[in-house]
Design a protein around this ligand. Sequence first.
Ligand code: SAM
Length: 250
Amino acid sequence: GGVLSIVATPIGNLDDLSERARQVLASADLVAAEDTRHSGRLLQHLGISRPMMALHDHNERGRVERVLEVLGQGQKVALISDAGTPLISDPGYVVVREARAAGYRVTPIPGPCALIAGLSAAGLPTDRFLFAGFLPAKRSGRQAALEQLRKEPATLVFYESPHRISDLMQDMVEVFGAGRECVLGRELTKTFETFYSGSAETVLGELQADPHGAKGEFVVMVRGADASPEDAGSSVDTDKLLELLIAELP
Ligand code: SAM
């Protein structure tokens, strides 16, 4: 029967495409891509020419019918996104879900993923982490989302676009406190790969001082909250509460 392969592609360095990914793409009957022009260039670079179809967030539901049809003919479909692993802050959720529901084999061809690449080299705890993807674009929504994560003990991971990275770090200072440890991975696997690390305040300063600071793509990683009073912030003060309750006792 038909097989849907979820193929990870490079996040910068083209040599990161695996041999298996190359083989699966070369033998696919249909390559479903987030952006056929962008992915067309990758396939061309690999010397591969296969029929392509656009499948992005705005047309995914409609295109799923077509993918299921092709799978129904016993053919092989490969899903790729512009960079990294499909479905990780990228399209593909609907097609994977529907293909599974229809009983087709869905198989991952693992490879580059910015969040895993960032975490693997950041030097922050990785035993537990919470990937929160892109935060809301508006400051109020972003601060509210951060507020909900303020006491989370797991390492936090975010994606952010270059033109909002300073705003995000500013909100981080405001909501998590100036001292919270952050590590930013910029342009991972590319020529200008850079890591910024230190307190939220230090990292914000470094970004603002670096002429390349506001350029490129970022993975933002934040140490989880510990039991320090700074992270506990304005949360309920249990000592104070107990004191008040005890005062009420007869
Ligand atoms: N599916 C991709 C993956 O597996 O990482 C993520 C796609 S998402 C639309 C794009 C975001 O991923 C960027 O805004 C950035 O936060 C992050 N990203 C992608 N490539 C990166 C790189 N080379 N260095 C740092 N961050 C990257």
